[in-house]
Design a protein around this ligand. Structure first.
Ligand code: ADP
Ligand code: ZN
Length: 214
């Protein structure tokens, strides 16, 4: 089973993905996470990606597409959860042909719908563990010890692109480049809408219900 979660930044893609991953045998493929790991390790790719990410821009398609294809090629028999990829129609077209080449296909695309105001509220209060990427929130999900990850003891920080200027830019980028994917996947007959204002666990139940009814 291969599924894809779509939505604005802050729609809850990462949080829903964490729930799905805990409960099933699926590989979580987050391009954002892949880039952040490269940045932490200060690789050539990381340094290049950071120059786009901190401004709220997308990393160029050719780079992102290549990364995904290389991951899928290694094991096309596994199940994948795509989170944050594709983000442009060009990437979606690429993914379609890459999956086809590998004898794979998508079972469903879930669009987590949320208002901009909620996105801004969620992202400005979001904090992440520098080491294991666990997500926290200053409003309703603080670690037991301030600044220290419950899961791994790592340092909890705010992402550079979760500052208000970057968030606004990311929302503009979403409108222009990512939103057209909704129509793309509607035409493919794969799109399902989910209320992204709900808690991640409830979004997970909604997604499972849709998959079971198929
Ligand atoms: P969010 O969904 O909260 O914006 P992500 O972790 O998915 O966060 O992505 C963070 C940043 O990484 C994006 O703003 C973008 O710059 C870059 N990025 C992630 N995925 C892609 C992609 N598929 N194509 C281009 N850039 C990407
Ligand atoms: Zn951690």
């Amino acid at each position: 089973m291969n599924i894809l979660v779509l939505g604005k930044p802050g729609a809850g893609k990462g949080s829903v993905a964490e729930v799905i991953k805990e409960r099933s045998n699926i590989i979580h493929l987050s391009t954002g996470e892949i880039f952040r790991k490269e940045i932490r390790e200060a690789t050539e790719l990381g340094i290049l990606a950071k120059s786009f990410i901190d401004k709220g821009n997308l990393v160029p398609d050719e780079i992102t597409n290549e990364i995904i294809k290389n991951v899928l090629k290694k094991d096309p028999t596994k199940s994948y959860l795509f989170d944050g990829y594709p983000r442009t129609v060009n990437q979606a077209v690429f993914l379609k042909s890459a999956l086809k080449d590998l004898g794979m296909s998508l079972d469903g695309v879930f669009d987590l719908e949320v208002e901009d105001s909620l996105v801004i509220e969620r992202l400005t209060s979001r904090r992440v563990c520098k080491k294991c990427s666990m997500i926290y929130n200053t409003r309703n999900h603080n670690p037991k010890v301030e600044g220290v990850c419950d899961n791994c003891g790592g340092e909890i920080i705010q992402r550079d692109d979760d500052k208000i200027e970057s968030i606004k830019e990311r929302l503009v980028v979403y409108e222009n480049q990512t939103k057209p994917l909704i129509e793309f996947y509607q035409n493919e007959g794969l799109l399902y809408k989910v209320d992204g204002s709900k808690d991640a666990i409830d979004c997970y139940y909604d997604i499972m219900e849709i998959l079971n009814d198929k």
